[in-house]
Design a protein around this ligand. Structure first.
Ligand code: ISL
Ligand code: CA
Length: 586
């Protein structure tokens, strides 16, 4: 009943390669453990290379595996040129790259350039006022009129992203250093050309080692606006919680263009993606339009802010309204329609599991909703990023006790909220819904007690549903979430519409249906998805004529298409195509 493009169908791929790619994000610590210490590692990834090829990943993005005290699970780097012993050695890294390259899978490294670990040799040297590294970080004296180290003496009133002041007092030199994240993540001073040159040289060494691209952590924080001044204080914390104080500084484009040129993004044909805190479609365009010579694409988070109180913190839960989600995504699709490029994602290592957050993880809806989230995302215009386990429909962790959590962001929030006297059930519910640990539970490879992730004790607990959700069973089951993603990836690879077709949102105000077209006229694709647990009826008048066509892909078998209406079952999604480059159903 479904019609996929024939195997031999070839399309002319768009250039550069990463516009056609599907990227699979690996959080190494939680992917596969090869030596039984309970922590995933590089040899574990190498062991799973066939699985990644079977899914159809074109590239993997590895969260940081560099030497690190692991205060923020590797986003605190103490040596950019080596592998943390937790994850293996440089030889293990080379073996992993070789195994992935042998299967046509490229390797994207995470680069944390805004800050280092406080245990990095640069920062250690920088603690000494006389050192030539002093200026590599942002050191400032106490606020005027305040005793250094006294309450309120921080140079500005900024909050760190992880809670508490963004300045740490260093008694030896009597000054403070800036850390927009944890106190073990001091911010580098990008105004200093020696810092920039060192980072460029380091990235070139990784390219020489064979890596194919970079994901840049919090890249829009690297250029600060000087002088550093107070912002409006939040009445509860007394700190300025407004990140716009530190975003998109005046030299941001200049710094990124310099990276592009000096690292050689184009010459080395790199995939480059910047994580942009609170990006707007306009800033995304600014930094990704071809002629601006900055980045391939950016991660924006507009669609990740819709299930929280508007203007509030991510912990302040609010129900998600589908029209707002559709409009948020469509806005990005439109803004980057003619130049610039989008990223497409529902998950990463900082976000809850999409099936629990946007879908419905109850047993009767989990598979259908996970598939429909996949259909909806994978056929928009841009480069899709799948996060490990998303292709299995993995769920949130289901933790109920604070002892089960590992992530410093969640633990800090818990301490702070408890200190403020907020009721425990309220705090625990926020953590259970939004905590970053939801995405960090071990990858579920099989139904055994440790899910085939380790022979030891996993570093973090698991949801306990590996009997129902695991790779071994899903690979074998043609109706699994895994095989739906595999089909979507396969279809996408062979459809020129999926790559290039113009995006248009249909039924923007419909509270349950997510529908859009790609392309126009004689060449078009319709994606129609029921994002609810009810059956919904969509009149044929409101849909393009191509609903006559035989569907290309779907989640529920033959569509329920009547003379006047298409009936969508709970979480059903269907894809129709006419006149795609492979010319079926025309
Ligand atoms: O998670 C977020 C969006 O909901 C933002 O807070 C933001 O994306 C995040 O805090 C920045 O994340 C990146 O840098 C952090 C690190 O902890 C994250 O894991 C990383 O993705 C500091 O390096
Ligand atoms: Ca290990």
């Amino acid at each position: 009943m479904f019609r996929m493009p024939p195997r031999e169908a070839t399309i002319v791929p768009m250039s550069p390669w990463w516009k056609n790619a599907v990227v699979y994000q690996i959080y190494p610590r939680s992917f596969a453990d090869s030596n039984g210490d309970g922590i995933g590692d590089l040899a574990g990834i190498t062991d799973k290379a066939d699985y990644l090829a079977q899914l159809g990943a074109d590239a993997v993005w590895l969260s940081p595996v560099y030497t690190s005290p692991q205060d923020d699970n590797g986003y605190d780097i103490s040596d950019y040129d080596d592998i943390d012993p937790l994850f293996g050695t440089l030889a293990d890294f080379d073996a992993m790259v070789a195994a992935l390259h042998a299967r046509g899978i490229k390797v994207i490294m995470d680069q944390v350039l805004n800050h280092t670990s406080d245990e990095h040799a640069w920062f250690q040297a920088s603690r000494d006022k006389a050192s030539d590294k002093r200026d590599w970080y942002l050191w400032r004296p106490a606020r005027e009129g305040f005793e250094p180290g006294a309450p309120g003496a921080e140079p500005t009133n900024w909050s760190s992203f992880f809670g508490g002041p963004a300045w740490e007092y260093d008694p030896t030199s009597g000054e403070y250093y800036l850390h927009l994240f944890s106190r073990k993540q001091p911010d580098l001073n990008w105004e200093n050309p020696a810092v920039r040159a060192e980072l460029v040289a380091m990235m070139r060494r990784w390219i020489d080692r064979g890596v194919d691209g970079f994901r840049f952590d919090v890249l829009n924080l690297i250029s600060k606006t000087y002088p550093l001044v107070d912002g409006v204080a939040d009445p509860v914390t007394g700190l300025c919680m407004d990140p716009t104080m530190v975003l998109e500084g005046p030299r941001l484009s200049e710094f990124i263009q310099e990276l592009n040129r000096e690292v050689g993004f184009d010459e080395s044909d790199l995939l480059t993606v910047g994580e942009f805190v609170m990006a707007t479609p306009e800033t995304a365009w600014k930094h990704t339009a071809d002629s601006h010579k900055e980045l391939g694409m950016v991660f924006g988070f507009d669609h990740m802010f819709l299930d929280q109180r508007e203007g509030g913190m991510k912990w302040e839960l609010a129900p998600l309204e589908l029209p707002r989600l559709k409009q948020a995504l469509a806005k990005w699709q439109d803004a980057l329609a003619s130049s610039g490029w989008n990223t497409l994602f529902w998950e990463n290592h900082d976000q809850p599991r999409s099936v629990s957050r946007f879908g419905d993880d109850r047993p009767e809806f989990r598979v259908a909703s996970a598939k429909t989230l996949g259909t909806t995302m994978m056929l928009m215009r841009g480069t899709p990023y799948l996060y490990q386990g998303q292709e299995l429909g993995m769920t949130n962790a289901g933790f109920t006790e604070i002892e089960q959590y590992r992530d410093l962001e969640g633990l800090n929030m818990h301490t702070m909220a408890t200190g403020l006297g907020l009721p425990q059930p309220f705090v625990m519910a926020a953590l259970a819904a939004k905590g970053r640990d939801n995405a960090r539970t071990p990858m579920q490879w099989d139904a055994t007690p440790t899910a085939g992730f380790t022979t030891g004790t996993p570093w973090i607990g698991m949801p306990g549903n590996q009997a129902e959700i695991n790779a071994l069973d899903e690979v074998a089951d043609p109706d699994s979430v895994f095989n739906h993603y595999r089909q979507l990836i396969d279809f996408r690879r062979r459809s020129s519409l999926a790559h290039e077709g113009h995006f248009a949102l249909l039924l923007p105000d419909d509270p349950a249906v997510f529908a859009y077209t790609r392309g126009d006229g004689g060449q078009a694709m319709l994606v129609i998805a029921n994002w609810s647990t009810d059956e919904v009826t969509v009149s044929r008048d409101s849909l393009p004529a191509m609903v006559h066509a035989r569907p290309t892909l779907g989640t529920h078998g033959d569509p329920l298409l009547g003379a006047d209406a298409l009936v969508l079952r709970p979480w059903e999604s269907i894809v129709y195509c006419i006149g795609d480059a492979w010319r079926l159903d025309s």
